[in-house]
Design a binder for this molecule. Structure first.
Ligand SMILES: O=P(O)(O)OP(=O)(O)OP(=O)(O)OC[C@H]1O[C@@H](n2cnc3c(O)ncnc32)[C@H](O)[C@@H]1O
Ligand SMILES: [Ca+2]
Length: 448
């Protein structure tokens, strides 16, 4: 009878252990599966932003995208497409301002086909015009307004969320170029050293780098402050209007045509180059202060001489190093603190260096001045064009938080592993409990 009871008790106990084991294993599997599924990456959705860079030489449309659930935080913004608008920059339409807007239509159609329809209404669209339009506004404010209205009309009729077309300041152009190069090289999140930015456009050139806070005391217009990812940055920035590649050439040419000779032998052009130019094409620019020489003819022959060292002399003469009312200046009486850190040089700095095959390897063969400005060769990062547009959009859409985002104490994989081992440990402890309680229970059964 006692034996029968003992066998019955044992059977019940075995059943209990088996049921507990099955339930335990099921619980662990359910826990881990839930943990994995809960955080399983969902199908990635993207948001978009469009910026039109209306430069002096041409307009480009840039499309950016970023993961939809991560904006304002950790999601990386990437350039997905760029479209070069046919023809010259919008400032060149001053004779027929109405045509400036029409020139943008084909690139805008391209943007419509590339951005998913469901995102059109929420996609911000900006246009920023730079030095070409700054010069046109200086020459004739009414014409520059008409050009802006013309592009505004076309952009407003697009399905995107139009946020405005404006002439950005040289300070914005320089500062957002700096944000772009440092964002693309991930230096802002890391909080490590930053890189300066050099942008050689067609009608202006910008220099921006982190400097000491006393920049604001000496020249407030050259100081910009950013708080990004929890770090404060004090920038020196300056935009030299008229010192872009095309306008600088006009300055050099005006200087060489002052004598009024019928032909000009220019060391900056290749031997064999010979083109008839009108004085108007050189002297009509508001950058050229010198008056047209007093001669009856309207044009001169521009002849190339191809002499690099003489060309350097000619170019040097368009810079004024003679006086400075600050503690130190770069040129043309513009304040500039001592240069700091490496520099990323883009736009025409890149086009020219790329053309000369000097974007990689040693720069020792290039001239000393190029070495100073381009201490680091610039290569494009992440497939994005460097320029002010990305920084401009990041700023206007608040995509870079002022403070570093909080991160979970454990990464997802660590969390799942930890959960698995804790569950296993609990189950093992439970099992041991039953295992060691078994003889005690056995003896209780025998005593009855
Ligand atoms: O910033 P601003 O001064 O308004 O002018 P931009 O934006 O139109 O100026 P870019 O940087 O596009 O171009 C600067 C110069 O480089 C020339 N350029 C532009 N794209 C080029 C390319 O792909 N290869 C060679 N030269 C280029 C262009 O004609 C200008 O003279
Ligand atoms: Ca530009």
């Amino acid at each position: 009878m006692a034996e029968q009871r003992e066998t019955k008790g044992k059977n019940a106990w075995y059943k209990a252990v088996i049921i507990i084991t099955v339930l335990g294993i099921t619980a662990i599997v359910a826990l881990v599966t839930t943990a994995v599924l809960q955080n399983k990456p969902l199908l990635q959705k993207y948001k978009y932003g469009i910026v039109l860079d209306a430069g002096s030489s041409h307009t480009a449309v840039y499309i950016y995208e970023w993961p939809a659930e991560k904006d304002n935080d950790t999601g990386r913004v990437q350039q997905t497409h760029s479209c070069k608008v046919q023809g010259a920059g919008i400032s060149s339409y001053s004779v027929f301002p109405g045509q400036a807007g029409a020139s943008l239509k084909s690139c805008m159609k391209e943007a419509e086909s590339l951005i998913p329809l469901s995102r059109h209404l929420e996609t911000p669209l900006y246009l920023g015009a730079t030095a070409g339009m700054r010069l046109l506004r200086m020459e004739n404010q009414s014409l520059s307004d008409q050009v802006l209205w013309s592009v505004e009309e076309v952009l407003q009729s697009s399905p995107f969320s139009y946020q405005g077309a404006r002439i950005i300041t040289g300070q914005e152009e320089g500062a957002f170029g700096w944000v772009t190069v440092n964002y693309l090289s991930d230096r802002l999140k890391q909080g490590s050293g930053t890189t300066g930015a050099l942008d050689l456009g067609g009608a202006s050139t910008q220099i921006s780098f982190v400097a000491n806070q006393d920049v604001a005391e000496e020249s407030a217009e050259n100081a910009v402050t950013f708080r990004l990812y929890g770090n404060d940055y004090f920038l020196y920035t300056h935009s030299f209007l008229c010192y872009g590649k095309d306008q600088a050439l006009k300055l050099a040419l005006a200087q060489q045509t002052q004598s009024g000779d019928s032909s000009v032998l220019d060391p900056c052009f290749h031997p064999g180059y010979s083109v008839d130019r009108s004085y108007f094409s050189v002297y009509s620019s508001p950058c050229v202060m010198a008056g047209k020489p007093l001669v009856s003819r309207d044009s001169f022959t521009h002849v190339g001489a191809g002499n690099a060292s003489l060309c350097q002399e000619v170019v040097r003469r368009i810079f004024n190093f003679s006086s400075c009312s600050f503690s130190r200046c770069s040129f043309n009486r513009v304040y500039q603190p001592p240069l700091q850190g490496p520099f990323g040089a883009f736009s025409a700095f890149y086009f020219v260096m790329n053309f000369l095959n000097l974007t990689s390897g040693s720069l020792e063969s290039s001239r000393e001045k190029l070495e100073r400005y381009c201490s680091r060769p610039w290569t494009q990062i992440s497939g994005s064009d460097a320029g002010w547009t990305l920084g401009y959009m990041l700023n206007l859409t608040n995509m870079i938080p002022a403070e570093a985002p909080d991160t979970p104490p454990l990464p997802h994989a660590g969390y799942v592993t930890l959960l698995f081992f804790i569950s296993l440990l609990l189950f093992f402890l439970l099992f041991l409990c039953f295992r060691f309680l078994w003889p005690h229970r056995n003896s209780q059964t025998q005593m009855i």
